[in-house]
Ligand binder design. Structure first.
Ligand code: FVH
Length: 294
């Protein structure tokens, strides 16, 4: 997290929730001149004690620096917060979680107000911020000039990954990774439900078995990517769809025997079966990607 001395070492940060506060601590600890603003002013007080300048209004915070970072609840709160601010000549970096279309619309909105815009998606939780080696990082997309101009400042709280000029791409990458995570959480939840009533299986003994298995299976991410890239969904298939669909009856029967609802499993199984019925038994599960496309 080196700091380029050619880069201005001052910025404004709007939004001091759990994430905004963690970001503020990181920039203050790195010696940045930081102006902060939060709708509920009391949240800024501890940061003032650490050296932050506290602005009375969002417009005042924006006026204090060329680089303005937003970390608010949602896109609507960004619009509310900046409604009265003069954005001309500013570089806005929006760390607020939103959809790809919100990122694109906000970029256009900022451009119409004379600001350059970079959208972002944070792949970290607050305790990972400002901690080298935590693995936390942030996706950025939109103005490459803004990213390059401020990349050292942006690298202070977490790693940086620029994913393209389309301002919607940071949010898209963020949401795609989160969606993958929730699919994994669904599998974890079902697996623990299967053993939940067994008094001789300690969930703490089961946990490393499940975690190691899931880690081993992540190799499938790369296989799917290769197949999507080549267009050949049979390339390198180890466990074909016909076999996997045949195996679903065992998974469903086990859920029934253990008194567990199959509602987390069946949506994916139904899609696998539909792809098989279309004649793709020699593929893996990559064809399900195309079934999802509307
Ligand atoms: N915390 C996390 O684990 C996740 C990690 C991944 C990224 N998310 C996103 O980061 C954004 C901020 O999240 P947060 O954790 O700081 O959220 P809160 O602690 O709930 O703070 C919300 C701040 O937003 C302010 N705010 C809300 N509505 C308005 C509004 N209409 N006008 C102005 N400010 C508003 C709120 O102010 P206050 O309630 O203190 O007055 C907080 O500063 C978010 O997009 C996550 O999805 C975090």
């Amino acid at each position: 997290m080196a700091v380029n001395s050619a880069e201005p070492r001052s910025l404004a940060l709007l939004g001091l929730g759990a994430m905004g506060t963690a970001l503020a601590h990181a920039w203050l600890a790195a010696g940045y001149q930081l102006t902060v603003w939060n709708r509920t002013a009391a949240r800024a007080e501890p940061l003032a004690a650490e050296g932050a300048r506290v602005a009375a209004t969002a417009a005042e915070a924006v006026a204090s620096a060329d680089l303005v970072v937003l970390c608010l609840l949602d896109d609507a709160s960004v619009g509310d917060t900046l409604a009265d601010a003069d954005l001309s000549g500013k570089d806005l970096v929006n760390l607020t979680t939103g959809t790809p279309d919100e990122g694109r619309a906000r970029a256009e909105w900022a451009r119409a107000r004379g600001a350059r815009f970079l959208d972002a998606g944070i792949m970290a939780v607050p305790p990972m911020i400002g901690v080298p080696g935590s693995g936390g990082y942030v996706f950025y997309s939109g103005s490459r000039e803004v990213f390059e101009a401020h990349r050292d400042t942006l690298a202070v709280p977490a790693g940086t990954t620029y994913v393209g000029e389309d301002p919607g791409y940071a949010a898209l990458h963020d949401v795609a990774l989160l969606s993958g995570m929730y699919g994994m959480f669904a599998g974890i939840t079902h697996a623990f439900a299967l053993i939940r009533k067994e008094k001789d299986i300690d969930p703490r003994d089961f946990a490393p078995l499940l975690a190691n298995w899931l880690v081993a299976m992540t190799i499938g991410v790369h296989g799917t990517a290769e197949q999507l890239h080549s267009g050949d969904y049979t390339q390198g298939v180890v466990s074909n769809l016909a076999m996997q669909v045949a195996g679903t009856s065992t998974l469903l029967a086990t859920a029934e025997q253990q008194g567990v609802s199959p509602e987390l499993l069946t949506p994916f199984m139904d899609l696998m079966r539909r792809r098989l019925d279309q004649g793709h038994g020699d593929e893996g599960t990559t064809g399900v990607v195309d079934l999802l496309l509307r």
